[in-house]
Design a protein around this ligand. Structure first.
Ligand code: ARG
Length: 702
């Protein structure tokens, strides 16, 4: 290394090289891990680069064109070009691992298959960086299992647990990073016989802990030939490599299915996953080739069935992600090609079969609600105007008809007497003012739900973004403007003292996902005149967010400083709809934001804009846009003109409850075709779908 770099263009910056580890490689050679140290004056930063340092090393290695191997020669030594991985290291890692720091380094060698070697650490004070170097027998792999981690939750800014597919902290070899505490069991597999696990904490105030173990496992071949039985139905399962561990970023599996009869094809039931036609972009969560057709995989919150109408089916799966991914489970079986679903059943968009009688019964049997689309609207239950199309909502304690007719003559649930409170579970609580008195009276706690949210001091008048008008001071006290690097970029809504809800697509990308570059502006009407500004401490993007179709477009933001009660005239949380909440088409709601006032102008608005929009029937929206998932809802005007637009993303679609007049966050501005175009309403994230997800991080709301 000294010879290579002292003779290079960077010789004046080069200081020294230090070997940190030597291990066997899989080909009978040695794998050397080392630091190459350069000292570069700050002003000269631009001329120096990571790729240049790698290029200098690679250029020094002589390769011959005649014997086409990756092995070349460096000063008489045989060097495998493919083994050269070079990346910028952190100064803290350098000083800690070369012995100048006072940190913990463990060299752990394992030589017996499947034996569990415990890894436990607990730190109570100071600043810490711990390195666990895990080394297995050559030709074997390492499985790291984690049973509990106690760290600060802030996107790995103060604390992190990082798993590397190498012995050194090389960025390009990160298998996974854990940035929040967890008690659920997780496991990860390396792609060679080495693994490095680092646990870092910049300031230990509370106890930081890590518990787990590692073991050596043999390499597995992924894929096989499968002869399916003739019976229809699911008969077996295939999985991602090293199931149920997270699977590594690189893998190839091939399964060849054969059914016994020409009229039988292969059905694949993906758990929490779906595949769809590959676009020009690459796949981020698995690449599939099924009988010569290419697909990309996506994680979702329900199962899907994919059918291949052929007796011989070749399925190839390639891991194609930056990091290790959640384990995949796929059931398989044969099915009758001419009749995939039993007689009298309906085929869902998810591929599932449900009985015809399950269609249009207001119950989501398909998992994606496709059995509830294109239903005949049966309006006979209400005499006067009709609010919902679902007749099964009769006697559910909610007035679906404007005149409350659907709730009359109910035997299942007796209406509650005056001065009593009706709980969500239909029980009556015999107490005046049971609602919001700070005491839980209903068994389901529904009397204490949504007590401190969704009200404004401002009296909303019915006036008339795109096609909107100026909002008044204090009219939308939950509206937030999110600034990225000092510039207004997205909207959000206040849901508690320290939590905001926004759209996942606002935070896509390396820099956009870094909370330190964002600030939240609350209690603001005119841009730049916020009542309260807080840095963002943590961003939680929904793990199933799909940047291709904007599915699961939701993110939670935690403020560094909660807003104060003294600001409550201008800052107020909006209520969150419970998961049982249904939106009714035709209902009027409001969308607000500082986004563009016209599709064509590139400028955002200085004054907060509001526009009244109408909830559009899901079936109708589906027929204009094609795929509208169960996590989306449409609002706007079919005639166009009133809409949200660029810059409004993440902001609220606020709907006022007919009962108590509280405002609910029904939607989050997500996407649309242009802005305000006829027949193309705005598409919003359907917040009621995420009640459980929000509750997991913000237990104080609801
Ligand atoms: N994605 C846009 C943003 O980043 C929001 C688009 C909303 N479009 C619409 N037509 N409603 O701000």
């Amino acid at each position: 290394m000294n010879r290579v770099y002292t003779k290079s263009a960077f010789s004046k910056f080069y200081k020294q090289s230090i070997v940190s580890d030597v291990s066997n490689n899989n080909n009978g050679g040695l794998l050397i891990h080392f630091w190459i140290v350069f000292v570069v004056p700050q002003a000269k930063g631009q001329v120096f680069c990571e790729d240049c340092v790698a290029a200098i090393l690679k250029d020094s290695i002589q390769t011959s064109i005649t014997n086409r191997t990756s092995v070349g020669s460096l000063q008489g030594l045989a060097v495998d070009m493919d083994s050269i991985v070079l990346s910028v290291g952190l100064r803290s890692d350098y000083s800690s691992t070369t012995g100048t720091g006072t940190n913990c380094i463990y060299d752990l060698h394992a030589d017996r298959l499947h034996q569990h070697f415990p890894l436990d650490i607990s730190i109570t004070s100071g600043r810490m960086i711990c390195y666990f170097k895990l080394i297995a027998l050559v030709g074997h792999l390492i499985r790291l299992s984690i049973s509990a981690i106690q760290i600060e939750a802030d996107n790995c800014i103060t604390d992190s647990l990082t798993i590397y597919d190498a012995l050194m902290p090389i960025k390009s070899r990160i298998l996974y990073r854990i940035c929040e505490p967890t008690n659920s069991f997780l496991s990860f597999v390396s792609t060679n016989n080495l693994m490095l696990v680092t646990l870092k904490s910049t300031q230990v105030q509370k106890v930081k802990e890590f518990h787990g173990y590692f073991e050596i496992i043999p390499q597995e071949k992924c894929g096989k030939v499968i002869l399916a039985l003739g019976n229809t139905g699911f008969e077996g399962r295939i999985t991602s490599p090293y199931y149920p561990s997270y699977y590594p970023p690189k893998c190839i599996c091939a399964w060849n299915f054969q059914t016994p009869q020409k009229n039988l094809g292969i059905a694949l039931k993906f758990h929490n996953y779906t595949i769809s036609e590959k676009s020009i972009k690459g796949c981020e969560h698995g690449w599939w080739k099924i009988n010569e057709h290419m697909y990309c995989g996506y994680y979702i919150d329900h199962q899907t069935i994919f059918r291949v109408g052929s007796a011989a089916v070749n399925v190839e799966f390639q891991c194609s992600s930056k990091l290790s991914e959640q384990p995949l489970l796929v059931e398989y079986g044969s099915y009758n090609i001419s009749q995939p679903c039993p007689l009298g059943s309906f085929v869902c968009h998810t591929g599932l079969c449900v009985q015809q009688t399950q269609r249009c019964d207001a119950i989501n049997d398909c998992f994606d609600e496709s059995d509830e689309l294109f239903c005949d609207v049966s309006r006979h239950e209400c005499n006067t105007s009709f609010l919902t199309q679902h007749h099964s909502l009769l006697c559910d304690g909610i007035n679906d008809c404007e005149d409350g007719q659907d709730e009359q003559d109910c035997t299942e649930s007796v209406p509650c007497a005056n001065n009593t409170f009706k709980c969500n579970n239909n029980m009556c609580f015999r107490k005046q003012n049971a609602k919001c008195d700070g005491i839980i009276d209903c068994l389901d706690g529904s009397d204490e739900n949504n007590c401190r949210c969704g009200s404004t001091k401002y009296g909303h008048t019915h006036h008339r973004i795109v096609g909107g008008s100026d909002a008044q001071e204090g009219e939308w006290p939950w509206q937030v403007s999110l600034h990225f690097g000092g510039v207004a970029y997205c909207g959000a809504s206040v849901i508690s003292k320290e939590w905001l809800l926004s759209a996942a697509h606002c935070f896509q990308g390396n820099r956009l996902s870094d909370p330190r570059i964002w600030t939240a502006h609350l209690g603001m009407r005119i841009q730049g005149k916020a009542k309260f500004i807080s840095p963002v401490r943590r961003i939680i993007v929904h793990k199933y967010y799909n940047n291709r179709n904007y599915d699961y477009d939701i993110a939670l933001l935690q403020l560094s400083t909660p807003w104060l009660d003294t600001m409550k005239w201008l800052i107020q949380p909006i209520c969150l709809p419970p998961s049982t909440h249904r939106v009714h088409s035709g209902e009027k709601c409001w969308v607000t934001g500082w986004g563009q006032k016209h599709e064509a102008d590139d400028e955002i608005s200085a004054i907060l804009q509001k526009a009244e929009v109408e909830i559009i029937d899901q079936t109708l929206c589906h027929s204009t846009y094609g795929l509208i998932t169960a996590r989306m809802l449409c609002a706007g005007m079919m005639s166009g003109k009133r809409d949200s637009c660029k810059g409004d993303s993440g902001g609220p679609l606020s709907c006022r409850s007919k009962g108590d007049g509280k405002w609910f966050l029904t939607g989050i501005v997500s996407w649309g075709y242009g802005c305000g175009r006829p027949n193309f309403p705005g598409v919003y994230t359907r917040v009621s779908n995420f009640a459980t997800w929000i509750h997991k991080y913000v237990p104080s709301v609801f």
